[in-house]
Design a protein around this ligand. Structure first.
Ligand code: GAR
Length: 234
């Protein structure tokens, strides 16, 4: 288990599900170096055998598993193996980090309130794929990322945290994706931290937050510099 940044002994055990690059999973692992981190990534599971993120996990001494969905006759059979693997890994929380498989309602229900996902848009806007392209086509000025609890509705679960970034005049899909990804790497560890610490939880379909510091003074705007809406009310 050598090489894992700041691994904490008694954090909530988290399995990260990936399908590719795994940069969000890496951000979750790196955040473990912060003192008092209430979670520990104990396993990285990929449905894609050559997902690049698996190499990073192995280098960190984290247990990895490949469950290739193409080897199963049905979505249910694939999910049964995934569920069993999560139990063997003793996962208490599941963090989907670029895991590109649609899940059945049955599987989601088994992990209700314990499974998080990150999506590259300010949900409920731009659910689904190719979010950056569609954002540019729509001409919106503010874009971002969302961490939410997973429910049976695709990209529709209760929101835990969002991070916003401006859309710039000369943005391409790639430059916008990079900016959003930086926001993803900031908000996913923050969300997982709060859920693992018990400061954010799912109750009756809503996210209940406790002791989570908010700053009421900030209004995010784009393309302008931040506007101070308190002026003029003095
Ligand atoms: C991330 O941008 C994540 O938000 C997105 O896939 C990328 C994975 O990158 N997820 C989805 O689109 C899920 N609907 P990563 O493998 O480097 O974390």
């Amino acid at each position: 288990m050598s090489g894992t940044a700041g691994r904490q002994e008694h954090g909530k055990k988290v399995a990260a599900l990936i399908s590719g690059r795994g940069s969000n999973m890496r951000a979750l692992v790196e955040a473990q170096a912060q003192p008092g981190c209430p979670y520990e990534i104990v396993a990285v599971i990929s449905n894609v055998p050559d997902a690049a993120g698996l190499d990073y996990a192995r280098q960190q001494g984290i247990a990895t598993a490949v469950i290739d969905h193409r080897e199963f006759d049905s979505r249910e059979a694939f999910e049964e193996m995934l569920h069993e693997t999560l139990l063997v890994m003793q996962a208490e929380l599941v963090a989907c980090a670029g895991f590109m498989r649609i899940m059945t309602a049955e599987f989601v229900q088994r992990w209700e309130g314990r499974m998080l996902n990150i999506h590259p848009s300010l949900l409920p806007l731009f659910k689904g794929l190719h979010t950056h392209r569609r954002v540019l086509e729509a001409g919106v000025r503010i874009h971002g990322a969302t961490v939410h609890f997973v429910t049976a509705e695709l990209d529709g679960g209760p929101i835990i945290i969002q991070g916003a970034v401006p859309v710039l005049a000369d943005d391409t899909e790639e430059t916008l994706a990079q900016r959003v990804l930086r926001a993803e790497h900031a908000i996913y560890p923050a969300a997982l931290w709060e859920v693992a610490a018990g400061n954010a939880r799912l109750e009756n379909g809503r996210v209940i937050l406790r002791d989570w510091p908010f700053d009421e003074s900030t209004t995010l705007t784009a393309p302008m510099a931040p506007i101070d809406f308190s002026r003029g009310q003095e």
